[in-house]
Write a protein that binds this ligand. Structure first.
Ligand code: SF4
Length: 724
């Protein structure tokens, strides 16, 4: 069957499937009624800023003045496709709720009582606070919570000030775990946004990976092409996800037992001799791996995972039959159970046993630059205790991105000084002393962006489509001014962002004009560029660097300490971690509670889109997936509204609708992330749906990455009349 968007929507049986489509048809008409479908107007290349995927975009200004966003066909991996969020981004330009002027808090923290001040006053106060804190208490007194694409320059300032407290939520919950998992096995790290091997693959394994719901255009296009070839799809998920609906093998796993399944699959491959006999010479730790997986027979694995042994066997033999053209999707959001680096290492080792490797053109994992992880909870405690004197929230809302928001609120209330820079007044900005209005991504030039697309690197730039609204400014200008005010102007030598980009592009032998003329994207063969290591996590100070690897025995081909694939990682062992992946059973649900699972909705992957009326028209709120065997004894019917309460007594602020479906196991329930915004200043998002992170108050911390797992929360359902 050929997969079109329409068949995907139908076959998925799930309303939450990808709203990703090329730029023709009714979606355009809905997005901009009356807009002509031609592209005769001026085209400005830019880059979408609605999620981390950063898809290349074209802004088309039609003769009637309408602005329309499309994909940039120059990109070989994105084409002219955008997802619904990207297409809706034009709404941001005229959003009435946008931050318009610098503001100073004049009421209690959290209440959102501000007065308008000048840029001069705002920047002078921030610079003065940073300068004084740095001089009196050292770099440890400064913290930065960031995550948006505009944080490049504020990071540079904080790094220049040697702050050990730079916390990037999106990196901690995804890339940091993936780098440690794959990097310690292969010395290289795959990027889930584009997996070159997938173009030739005969089998794909998705473990808890919600392709199509967690939209990334390049990834979804690759997976649709893969499915159109009729290749084999294996999906492991406690929930019958959009991709599960298309799977040849769907394994409804007991939540939290994925590592055991991976170890069981490895056991079967090793016990049956289903791997390349020459592999042993290419790896370190074959015998140790065999010992580690020995307990995980098919029977034992079936018992742990609650998947029939025969299903486990058939799935792995399908993957073996397709090897080495079997791909395991590396995954995006990976902070599940606090044992996540081990799970991702197990994925990487299974990849190697199947004879596959990450693309050799990927950047090398920076063993020597790795640092002790910076965990969110200790950092927020330091902010609340006053040990940290200046906290910056840069396009970051920890009240949705992190668990235990009520603890975070208390800490932010008690903080010494907070400044925020954002486009919309998110709930975290309510705690800021000074708020800076940032130009929306369509209104600014930003630092260069690079995409790894196999043998080539693609470089692009976010060209402004409109002038900054109100008094909003671009992040380079803001940070340069702060830096100059606190004596760090040398870090920002360029006059402005345009000058900065010209300097960066001149190093690559090109210019902004050439980049624009090339359609906004430059494609370069990787051989022409030097292979740079992945950026080391700048989350901690120099004293916290982990023990570097011993590379004296290196002699083979991979950028690991041994030069081989490392099933056994001596580097992890030297740093006090398990050298082989271990399975640790997750917490058990208390009587009467269900494990809370969450995922993404294609219209609202993050809370930042929750106020977009076009997207809310498509998906107005989240709902709670519940198995009939759970709903019926409680007398709960489909569509009924319930409130949720976790085991620590935290309740959802709103009720949400129940979706009774056999598409979820009876030991868990599910909702999508991105709802339940608590800022009354984003009117169309305020208390729309329920916040998943608001129901998370406990979780194990992964010892290797330092990131807290977010799937160890349990909730019970309170029916109307029992929830006061
Ligand atoms: S996936 Fe969608 S929201 Fe994300 S960058 Fe691409 S178009 Fe924008």
């Amino acid at each position: 069957m050929k997969l079109s968007r329409r068949t995907l929507l139908k076959a998925g049986s799930l309303s939450a499937l990808a709203l990703t489509f090329p730029q023709t048809g009714p979606a355009v008409a809905k997005a901009a009624p009356g807009m002509p479908a031609d592209r005769s107007g001026a085209q400005i290349p830019t880059i979408c800023g609605m999620c981390k995927a950063s898809c290349p975009m074209l802004a088309v200004r039609h003769r009637n003045g309408h602005l329309r966003l499309t994909g940039n066909p120059v990109s070989p991996i994105h084409g002219n496709t955008l997802c619904a969020r990207g297409m809706a981004a034009v709404q941001l330009l005229a959003d009435p709720d946008r931050l318009k002027y610098p503001l100073k808090r004049v009421g209690p923290r959290g209440k959102g009582v501000w007065k308008r001040i000048t840029w001069y006053e705002a920047l002078a106060e921030i610079s003065g606070r940073i300068k004084k804190a740095h001089a009196d208490f050292g770099p440890e007194s400064l913290a930065l919570l960031c995550g948006s694409s505009s944080a490049t320059f504020i990071r540079q300032l904080y790094e220049g000030l040697s702050s050990p407290h730079i916390y990037d939520a999106s990196r901690s919950h995804s890339a940091a775990i993936r780098e440690l998992g794959y990097g310690t096995v292969f010395g290289q790290v795959p990027d889930p946004a584009f997996v070159p091997e997938l173009d030739q693959a005969d089998c794909l394994l998705l473990m808890g990976c919600h392709v199509g719901e967690n939209n990334q255009v390049s990834q979804l296009k690759q997976v649709c092409d893969f499915l159109n070839r009729g290749s084999e799809l294996v999906v492991v998920d406690p929930r019958f996800s959009a991709m599960a609906a298309k799977a040849d093998h769907y394994l409804a796993i007991r939540p939290g037992t994925d590592t055991a399944l991976l170890l069981g699959w490895m056991h079967h491959i090793l016990a049956q001799g289903l791997y390349d006999p020459f592999l042993a010479a290419q790896v370190v730790g074959m015998e140790e791996l065999w010992e580690a997986v020995a307990p995980y027979t098919l029977t034992k694995t079936a018992e742990i995972t609650d998947i029939p042994a025969e299903k486990i066997r058939r799935a792995v033999e399908t993957m073996v039959a397709a090897a080495p053209r079997t791909v395991i999707m590396p995954g995006g959001h990976l902070s599940w159970y606090g044992t996540d680096v081990d799970r991702v290492r197990a994925q990487a080792i299974l990849t190697a046993l199947l004879g596959s490797r990450p693309s050799p053109s990927l950047p090398a994992f920076d063993f020597a630059g790795q640092r002790q992880p910076l965990s969110f909870a200790p950092l927020i405690n330091q902010i609340g205790s006053g040990k940290i004197k200046v906290t910056a929230l840069w396009g970051q809302n920890p009240l949705q991105a992190e668990m235990a928001p009520y603890k975070t609120m208390v800490a932010l209330k008690d903080a010494d000084f907070i400044f925020a820079c954002d486009v919309l007044p998110s709930e975290a900005t309510l705690y800021a002393d000074i708020i800076l209005p940032e130009a929306a991504f369509l209104e600014r030039l930003d630092a260069l962006h690079s995409w790894d697309i196999g043998e080539q690197t693609m470089t692009g730039c976010r060209f402004p489509v409109a002038a900054p609204g109100h008094e909003c400014r671009d992040p380079y200008e803001i940070v340069k001014n702060i830096a100059e005010g606190c004596g760090q102007g040398r870090l920002f030598a360029a006059r402005d962002i345009r000058h900065y980009l010209e300097m960066s592009l001149a190093e690559q032998g090109t210019s902004l004009a050439a980049l624009q003329k090339a359609g906004g994207l430059l494609l370069q063969n990787k051989e022409a560029k030097s292979r740079t290591p992945l950026e080391a996590d700048a989350a901690t100070g120099p004293e916290a660097v982990l023990v570097p690897p011993d590379t004296s025995a290196r002699g083979l081909t991979l950028p690991t300490p041994s030069g081989k694939i490392e099933f056994y990682s001596a580097w992890l062992a030297h740093n006090g971690f398990s050298p082989l992946p271990l399975y640790v059973a997750p917490d058990q649900a208390p009587e009467g509670y269900l494990r809370l699972l969450y995922g993404r909705c294609p219209a609202h992957s993050l809370t930042r889109t929750a106020g977009f009326t076009w997207l809310n028209h498509e998906v107005p709120e989240n709902e709670l997936w519940l198995a009939p065997s759970v709903a019926e004894p409680l007398g709960i019917v489909d569509g009924e509204e319930v409130r949720l309460e976790n085991r620590d007594g935290f309740r959802s602020l709103q009720r949400l609708k129940v979706k009774v479906t056999p598409g979820i196991r009876e030991d868990c329930c599910y909702m999508s992330h991105g709802f339940g915004n608590r800022s009354p200043f984003i009117q169309d998002a305020y208390l729309r749906g329920v916040s998943d992170s608001g129901l998370m108050s406990r979780g194990r911390v992964d010892p290797v990455s330092g990131t807290r797992g977010m799937r160890d929360s349990f909730v019970r359902l309170l029916r109307s009349g029992h929830d006061s």
